[in-house]
Ligand binder design. Structure first.
Ligand code: AMP
Length: 185
């Protein structure tokens, strides 16, 4: 059963690679960014509470996020497996996830998609133009990168210390990166 976390900065290709892996393995692709954007689009109470965080490129408070994503992870964990895209995003979230799920739901592998910061900015700007994401403006992208850089080193260390981390050079086209992920796994 594949229970995988995809780690990487904004624009590192997590969503693209998770979608491919989901298609190939049947594991459920769980993107917290997509789930949050769907709440906003549907005008739910949660959507109203989180919109300002997404617009600013800030992390949504953990309690709101866990209430949304944990039930989905708990269903997918023992049945289809899962591919987490955009979650956990901090060591605190990773620890809380480990504490709150049972053994047959816990994360068993983590793939870090490594892309230089300059390339991340270039990709995210291109995506904003094509997908109309309100948080893909130059200022917000810059801030999201800062948030990633601030949170990711502890998070990466957390998973490396558990022996779960696989690092993949992701500064390449999607097919090449996908082959590298398969080789790493
Ligand atoms: P993404 O689509 O993964 O780039 O996420 C878009 C935005 O959703 C982020 O900039 C955050 O505002 C919010 N978000 C997504 N995942 C998380 C998370 N794990 N923790 C906190 N906020 C999140």
């Amino acid at each position: 059963m594949l229970r995988l976390v995809l780690l990487g900065g904004p624009g590192s290709g997590k969503g693209t690679q998770a979608a491919r892996l989901a298609e190939q393995t049947g594991a459920r692709h769980i993107s917290t960014g997509q789930l949050l954007r769907a709440e906003i689009a549907a005008g739910t109470e949660l959507g109203h509470r989180v919109a300002a965080y997404l617009d600013a490129g800030e992390l949504v408070p953990d309690d709101l996020l866990f209430g949304l994503v944990l039930p989905i992870i708990e269903v997918a964990g023992p049945s289809t497996g899962y591919l987490l895209d955009g979650f956990p995003r901090s060591k605190t979230q990773a620890q809380r996830l480990d504490a709150e799920v049972g053994r047959c739901t816990e994360v068993c592998r983590v793939v870090l998609l490594k892309v230089p910061a300059r390339e991340l900015v270039r990709r995210a700007l291109g995506r904003g133009a094509s997908q109309g994401r309100s948080d893909d403006t130059p200022e917000v992208i810059k801030h999201r990168l800062q948030v990633f850089e601030r949170e990711s080193s502890e998070l990466i260390r957390y998973y490396r210390d558990r022996g779960l981390l696989y690092e993949v050079d992701a500064a390449a086209d999607p097919d090449t990166v996908y082959r590298r992920i398969q080789a790493a796994l």
